[in-house]
Write a protein that binds this ligand. Sequence first.
Ligand code: 5RP
Length: 272
Amino acid sequence: MDWGMENRMKRIFQSDGRAVMLACDHGYFLGPISKLEDPAKTITPLLSYADSIMLTRGVLRNCIDPASKTPIILRVSGGNSIIGKALSNEGLTASMEDAIRLNVAAVTLSIYVGTDHEHQTIINLSRLVDEGERYGIPVLAVTAVGKELEKRDARFLALCCRIAAEMGSQMVKTYYCSDFEKVVNSCPVPLVIAGGPKLETELDVFNLAADAVRDGAKGVDMGRNIWQNENPIAMIKGIRHIVHEGGTAKEAYRMYLELSRGKGRKAAGRKK
Ligand code: 5RP
């Protein structure tokens, strides 16, 4: 790996080889979802707790202070919307030249394996890797499932992650699932997990992160379960405890409750 590429990877994956990425790119097809109506208001207080932040160039240019030192993972795929015909119908939406201008640490796009747009999204990935290799910019491939969340099983996700790695992506983001080791063991590049839609309790979120790390994930690229929480800083601190300090889900939850105390906001508490 060339110096520039390695330097960028090491800005994303810390000295322990792990990463807490904060995903804030949802607006590219979901519009102003809850808590991201005003991206700056939600993202700015969390910036210093994230190892990197994933977002589009529009939010980056308009909502993030250029003095920020948090590495940027730039979303460069889109062209779809939640009300359109197919979420999988994505193309590349930003050039590598613009990514370099924005001084990003990595670029990211989604691939939609098993959909009508499988071919175009995998070719998008291959082209992006070619461009990234030219300039030393790593690519994070997102194994997207669109609206079909039930697709998240080890056989399918192992297929998606392996294809992403075979196309040359330097890291892959996928979903946690049972038999997750099978996904990890057949993917030769680091894997991180998405959080998915907001879970019922904070403990559920911490369990998800702890199980994923135990089974071989190198960290998380989590969004809604952090910034849609009533106490997002307490959430991301709990996640950091799991990812970087080897903490348990219960420890993270205790930390969350402690940090939330006196904030005048409620924790969701234990699952009933
Ligand atoms: C959208 C994405 C999101 O960044 C991803 O889903 C992570 O966010 P969350 O934890 O909210 O699921 O890639 O396609």
